[in-house]
Design a protein around this ligand. Structure first.
Ligand code: AHM
Ligand code: MG
Length: 345
């Protein structure tokens, strides 16, 4: 291709996943179709978010989800759109979502034959919506354990994070991006609104091994475990040799905080607090997918003492303390946790 035409060459997400299908063990096109349907739902949700202020879809609907959190109109809309799209793919037999107390089973014959299940947070950080701050969708795909042709069962959703076949997020930010991994690197696609396609923009994302951003809701400082308090103090200390003090950056949208740190290098923490003794973030549809992406980009994800991807979930909406980001920063935070437990122990 000559130099002028090269400038116009784009690789769409659909092209990319078809090209990469061969990387995927026993690929039959089913997974490709599933991911395509996720990207279609993402475009529709993106459209709704973009016009939220005009379409009277900001604010709450007066109900709370199983975690006792107020549901917003867009939480509800995004959840319905993703669930419908996954159902239409006919490759997915059931979904676990932040917005549904129980698993959602797809009862039609084709979906029951589907070999995948999906865990998702349809609109993460939605408390930020009314002030026009970036939000995201997080998704995670597993092969089912239950036999094809039957209804999905809880055990299909309670698999260790290391069994994920794909994880990703959509960030509805200054531009809209879809970032995903199937265990062979991390790829980012930016939505080009003029052609309505996600186009490859970040080919093989590798996160810096170190960085100088720490992201945590420091308002909770007093109720953090000692190891975390000491680590935060360390982040603020002056040490030109180790690039400290680090910069504090916290949006309050996991996807946006993680995405920034993924590109620039940094650490995100949501530890246990007095009011949230298990932490706030949910293992199966927030921490596991983000942890898979982080590791695939060369980063690290942990509770502070354990690798996230090795934890066997015990319930759908289980919460877990979470730290994720650049390898050396997470390792250092773990060392502070370890040291504090030895001193206390
Ligand atoms: P959500 O899934 O109800 O939106 O809550 C998860 C969000 C994350 O995006 C973010 O990291 C965290 O909650 C912020 O919590 P806090 O406001 O306590 O700092
Ligand atoms: Mg969430």
């Amino acid at each position: 291709m000559n130099a002028i035409l090269k400038k116009y060459k784009v690789t769409t997400l659909s092209e990319f996943i078809i090209e990469r299908q061969a990387d995927f063990p026993y690929a039959t096109g089913e997974f490709t179709r599933l991911l395509h349907h996720i990207s279609v739902a993402a475009k529709i949700v993106n459209r709704s978010i973009n016009k939220a202020g005009l379409a009277d879809i900001l604010g709450t609907i007066g109900t709370v989800n199983v975690q006792g959190e107020e549901q917003r109109k867009l939480d509800y809309i995004a959840n319905e759109l993703f669930i419908n799209s996954l159902k239409n793919s006919t490759e997915c037999c059931g979904v676990a979502s932040e917005e549904n107390d129980e698993i959602v089973n797809f009862e039609d014959e084709m979906s029951r034959e589907g070999k995948y299940i999906v865990c998702m947070d349809p609109l993460d950080g939605s408390a930020n919506l009314d002030s026009n701050v970036s939000v995201g969708t997080i998704f995670s795909i597993y092969r089912r354990i239950s036999p094809r042709g039957e209804k999905a069962v809880l055990e299909d959703f309670l698999q260790e994070g290391q069994k994920q076949v794909c994880a990703g997020y959509i960030i509805y930010g200054s531009s809209t991006m879809l970032v995903y991994t199937t265990g062979k690197g991390v790829y980012g696609f930016t939505l080009d609104p003029s052609i309505g396609e996600f186009c490859l923009s970040h080919n093989g994302i590798e996160t810096p091994k170190s960085g100088k951003i720490y992201s945590v809701n420091e308002g909770n400082y007093k109720s953090f475990p000692t190891g975390i308090k000491r680590y935060i103090d360390y982040c603020k200390e002056e040490s030109p040799a180790t690039n400290r003090p680090y910069s504090a950056r916290y949006i309050g949208s996991l996807v946006s905080d993680f995405h920034r740190n993924l590109l620039y290098g940094g650490i995100f923490l949501y530890p246990q607090t007095h009011s949230k003794p298990e932490g706030k973030l949910r293992l199966i549809y927030e921490c596991n997918p983000i942890a898979f992406l982080a590791e695939q980009a060369g980063g690290k994800a942990s509770t502070g003492t354990k690798r996230i991807l090795e934890i066997k979930p015990t319930s759908l909406h289980q919460r877990i303390p979470f730290m994720v980001g650049s390898y050396r920063l997470v390792k250092k935070a773990e060392e502070f946790m370890q040291e504090a437990s030895v001193n206390q122990g």
